[in-house]
Write a protein that binds this ligand. Structure first.
Ligand code: SF4
Length: 368
């Protein structure tokens, strides 16, 4: 076991103090889920799970936006490229996520015009430069990225870019947490909520979950010290039988969130049912362009109807995203599935749990 990265972390001493405090106050087993891919990567990279007493189990949730994008939406993106010959602008992470028969990188190799961008505004530049072509931006993400994507739609309308549209796969975190708690197999005792998402929405969005399910939620940052403090706050609540939303990430998150970003979201998007990889279709769990921007919705514009498609045989990323399976317990992990030959999105994405285990455990320790 290596804690190499933790030893190099500037606040390693503080992080270890939180871990010691957690060990001192814990009297029984608790299962805590982090619902953020950035937190998952920190936990595995810095060995945070290994610092904790055995009675605290960390479970990785549906916190990676690329990973929860259903295969049917990947297929729709490929259809836009191959059949409708659009220029598809996407973040790099989406290129190798397997669709039902191929991925976007393969579509590109077959002559499709797929371009990697770093922001939705880059896609607007492509649309401006190619007025003769349809340009579609693949808008994937949680509440964190939604305001920038909304801004792109807003600016496209201001600029009169009639050749620009968006394939939207925007998801919302609170309904996913509720779906996990509603599941008959849920044994979760607490959540670490994603700090960056809460910077936009505020943590008020989680108060109804606490009220309904009596489960503590701690809004938490991404550094080892943040995560261990968040777990400490969660365990303290659990041990005294308390359930509230507490905010560990006070340097970034306020209860009411970012009003300007929320206003931009309301201007461009509306709430809709949404399909999630691993969780199925959840009511009011996604965003789509509202009626004022509907003409910019690529599904509407091209008459796409993404149908649900099954996960590839052998890939258990649905279970990974529900927190029901750890990556190293997947029989394909490190054998038929690795970053050079990913069987599922959770091995492709830089925020995917399988990718984290592969990079920080399998490659460094070879034996889990
Ligand atoms: S290790 Fe590979 S096959 Fe297994 S769940 Fe992860 S992505 Fe799917």
């Amino acid at each position: 076991m290596t804690l190499k990265y933790l030893e190099e972390y500037r606040d390693a001493g503080l992080a270890k103090k939180y871990a010691e405090h957690i060990a001192r106050i814990t009297t029984r087993p608790w299962k805590i889920m982090e619902a953020c891919g950035g937190q998952t990567h920190s936990i595995i990279k810095f060995g945070i799970d290994r610092l904790l007493p055995k009675s605290i189990e960390l479970v990785h949730g549906p916190g990676c936006p690329v990973c929860v994008t259903p295969m049917s939406t990947i297929d729709a993106a490929i259809e836009l490229v191959i059949r409708y010959r659009v220029i598809l602008c996407t973040f790099g992470d989406m290129l190798r996520v397997p669709g039902s028969s191929q991925d976007l990188q393969t579509a590109k190799a077959q002559g499709g015009d797929v371009r990697m961008v770093y922001s939705p505004l880059d896609a607007l530049k492509v649309a401006k430069a190619h007025p003769e072509k349809e340009v579609v931006f693949f808008a994937v993400g949680f509440e964190t990225t939604a305001p920038a994507n909304a801004m792109a739609a807003f600016q496209a309308r201001q600029l009169g870019l009639e050749n620009f549209s968006m394939l939207v796969s925007q998801v919302l975190v609170p309904p996913a947490l509720e779906a996990l708690l509603e599941s008959s197999t849920s044994e979760l005792d607490g959540f670490l909520a994603p700090g960056h998402v809460c910077a936009i929405t505020g943590f008020q969005a989680y108060e109804s979950i606490v009220g309904k399910y009596g489960i503590p939620i701690v809004v938490t940052g991404f550094e080892p010290g943040d995560i261990l403090q968040g777990i400490d706050m969660c365990v303290q609540m659990l041990e005294r039988g308390d359930a509230r939303v507490e905010n560990q990430y006070t340097r970034v998150v306020r209860r009411e969130g970012n009003h300007e970003a929320q206003k931009m979201l309301e201007t461009v998007f509306e709430i809709t049912p949404k399909a999630w990889r691993g969780l199925g279709t959840l009511a009011a769990s996604g965003l789509r362009l509202n009626s004022a921007f509907r003409a910019m919705d690529a599904e509407f514009r091209f008459g796409l109807n993404p149908e649900s498609s099954e996960e590839r045989t052998g890939c258990r990323s649905g279970l990974i995203l529900q927190g029901a399976l750890k990556p190293d317990a997947c029989p394909e992990f490190g054998k038929t599935c690795h970053p050079d030959h990913p069987l599922g999105a959770t091995m492709v994405s830089t925020e995917g749990a399988c990718a984290a285990y592969y990079r920080y455990r399998y490659l460094t320790e070879k034996k889990l």
